[in-house]
Design a protein around this ligand. Structure first.
Ligand code: SF4
Ligand code: SF4
Length: 248
């Protein structure tokens, strides 16, 4: 039975790297930051699983496993330092992972002082995961809001353009109808002018006829006057002859 050093050392690493194959190790933000400072790009060694940050596997082994050794051993993630201690979410307790090749060789009692540290680390991972998802939700909400705002702006622009198009169409229709009306009015004015001209010509004709009639009437009257004068003269002459005869 082997007694491990607390936290950082598995005595079997010289000939065992089973936990680095198809690893499902979660990382804290601090782990990521520490490894990035070594010059590694997160997109190469990191992937996300249900909001947790996890080591990426390449060809079924951890990205950092080189030549059967951890290439960042001194800076390996905290979870790797605790392994084979894990937190079982179903049983809600810290335990030795049964997937560890030598899990039966470890004395659980020796690990006991690490249990709280493992639990705190797991709680920290959960907190960071929750915070990460909350921040992502906020970003998504903001993106949704800005998309809605942008959609609203597009709709407003389309509405404004439509209103402008409708207005200009209406103006064109109005202009056409006004032109038609103006043409109708000008036709009516022309017709009225022609009617008035005809009417004036008729009135002129009637005046001419009336003038001629009056002239004829005046001639008749003059003629009558002449006749009356003649008759009077005749009577006077007759009377004088009668008077003369009586005197004789
Ligand atoms: S970081 Fe290192 S110790 Fe951890 S799984 Fe990868 S190779 Fe193994
Ligand atoms: S699988 Fe277990 S024994 Fe093997 S290196 Fe990992 S922790 Fe050590």
């Amino acid at each position: 039975m082997f007694t491990p050093l607390p936290e950082f050392y598995c005595p079997f690493i010289e000939d065992c790297f089973h936990c680095c194959l198809e690893t499902e190790m979660f990382l804290s933000n601090m782990d990521v930051s520490r490894i990035e400072k070594l010059g590694f790009s997160a997109e190469n060694f990191l992937e996300e699983k249900d909001g947790f940050l996890a080591l990426q596997n390449v060809d079924n082994k951890c990205f950092f496993l080189k030549e059967k050794m951890c290439s960042i051993y001194e800076n390996r993630p905290q979870g790797c330092r605790f392994y084979p201690l894990i937190y079982d979410f179903e049983q809600e307790r810290v335990m030795i992972d049964k997937l560890c090749v030598h899990h039966q060789d470890f004395n659980v009692a020796v690990f006991q002082p690490l249990f709280d540290k493992v639990l705190n680390f797991v709680l920290k991972l959960v907190d960071e995961k929750d915070h990460r998802l909350e921040e992502r939700d906020k970003i998504n909400d903001k993106e949704k809001e800005s998309k809605i705002e942008s959609d609203m702006e597009k709709i407003e622009r389309v509405m404004e353009e439509t209103i402008e198009e409708v207005s200009s169409e209406e103006i064109e229709v109005l202009e056409e109808s006004m032109e038609e009306e103006a043409e109708e009015i000008s036709k009516e004015i022309k017709k009225l002018e022609e009617d008035m001209k005809e009417e004036m010509e008729n009135i002129d004709d009637q005046i001419s006829i009336l003038e001629e009639t009056i002239e004829d009437e005046m001639k008749e009257i003059d003629k009558k006057y002449d006749e009356i004068d003649n008759l009077f003269f005749k009577q006077e002459k007759e009377k004088k002859r009668e008077d003369d005869s009586e005197d004789n």
